[in-house]
Design a protein around this ligand. Structure first.
Ligand code: MRU
Length: 353
């Protein structure tokens, strides 16, 4: 057995502030950014210093505590009103990943349900943010182990393709899709990970590749347009991706390009798995057409790094996510086990907010 316990934790509570790994600087530089107030946390989420659905949920939970700490009143009702303003600010950062909204709501609900002084409420909010952080780490490990149950039984050592970064960096640690990869590696079931580079922001090339190098998981990087060819050549045995929001019918929003990978997998009869915690499922949405899709600045398309790659006079479109329809998904791997998209509903009551 190989040790695969990732030592990468993108959101760390330290005494009285949060440390974030600056994911915009990886892999060139490993830098920790100190976050001491809710404005800076909102900015860090918006500018993707911290990114990935579960990780922004954890970051937002701490952001709620930092915002609560800034409120200067002893009056409970006034406190709750001002806490709602902090929530609005954090909600306005990124629209697609539902974990952000889930974590903020859990913090709001905790504050409303807790009796006692404002000082005591603030203490409870910090403890709740720490719990969200720790639970996500445990959840990812469970997702990893659930994944082992459904990965193809042959060949013994699999080559798995992933898209974007659904790893330790995108969660409290360990990862969802990369959690499955880590568990497979630990159990001797992984030959190698193939990773799409994931234009425009290159999370695959920069972040997934960095994580795998840290943990010595063998990785082959391909550009996004190579996936179909690799599948046709028989190089890929399964696809495992993460998710930003899953509708009640199993339609799944994930990083732009995921949908194309799912279509290619279907065409080549390769199982396509979505690995995500229940906090990523939005049971309020009937299907994926209701998932809000973030559009980001066009500079992400016309530039690579700081280099402009297009002539002037071109228009751009930059949706950050796409929706893979449930019928292309073999199974959704959660902390409670793997189910087909149509069976997801059975978990609704397990989703604590
Ligand atoms: O724009 P990003 O980098 O936040 O998008 C991340 C993804 O799409 C991930 O695949 C998803 O959040 C799952 S993370 C476990």
């Amino acid at each position: 057995m190989t040790s695969t316990e990732s030592q990468v934790y993108p959101v760390i509570w330290q005494k009285d502030h949060v440390l974030l790994i600056d994911q915009n600087r990886l892999p060139a530089e490993y830098t920790l950014v100190e976050i001491t107030n809710s404005d800076d946390m909102a900015l860090a989420i918006k500018t993707m210093i911290v990114r990935g659905a579960p990780a922004i949920g954890v970051a937002a939970a701490y952001g709620m505590y930092l915002g609560a700490r800034e409120i200067k009143t002893d009056n409970r009702e006034l406190f709750l009103t001002q806490l709602e303003k902090v929530a609005e600010k954090l909600r306005a950062t990124r629209p697609t990943a539902v974990n952000l909204f889930w974590a903020i709501q859990r913090m709001i609900n905790t504050a409303r349900r807790t009796l006692g002084s404002v000082e005591y409420l603030k203490e409870v909010l910090l403890e709740t943010a720490k719990s969200i952080n720790l639970e996500d780490l445990q959840t990812c490990r469970s997702i990893g182990d659930s994944g082992l149950e459904v990965l193809p039984k042959t060949p013994e050592k699999l080559t798995i393709l992933t898209h974007c970064n659904a790893g330790a960096l995108a969660t409290a640690g360990y990862g969802t899709a990369l959690g499955v990869v880590r568990s497979a590696w630990r159990e001797g079931r992984l030959a190698r990970l193939f990773a799409d580079e994931t234009r425009p922001r290159l999370q695959g090339a920069k972040l997934t590749a960095w994580e795998c190098v840290q943990d010595q998981i063998p990785i082959t990087l391909i550009t996004d347009n190579m996936a179909a060819h690799c599948m046709k050549q028989g190089l890929i045995h399964a696809v495992v991706v993460g998710a930003d929001r899953i509708a009640a019918n199993g339609d799944t929003a994930n990083k732009i390009g995921t949908y194309s990978v799912a279509i290619c997998a279907k065409a080549h009869n390769i199982p396509f798995f979505v690995a995500a915690p229940l906090s990523t499922v939005d049971f309020n949405l009937v299907d994926g057409s209701q998932i809000p899709i973030e559009e980001r600045d066009s500079s992400e398309v016309y530039q690579i790094g700081k280099t402009v790659i297009t002539p002037e006079g071109v228009d751009f479109y930059n949706p950050a996510f796409d929706v893979t329809p449930a019928h292309l998904i073999t199974a959704i791997i959660t902390e409670f086990g793997a189910v087909s998209p149509s069976e997801l509903k059975q978990f609704e009551e397990k989703q604590a907010v």
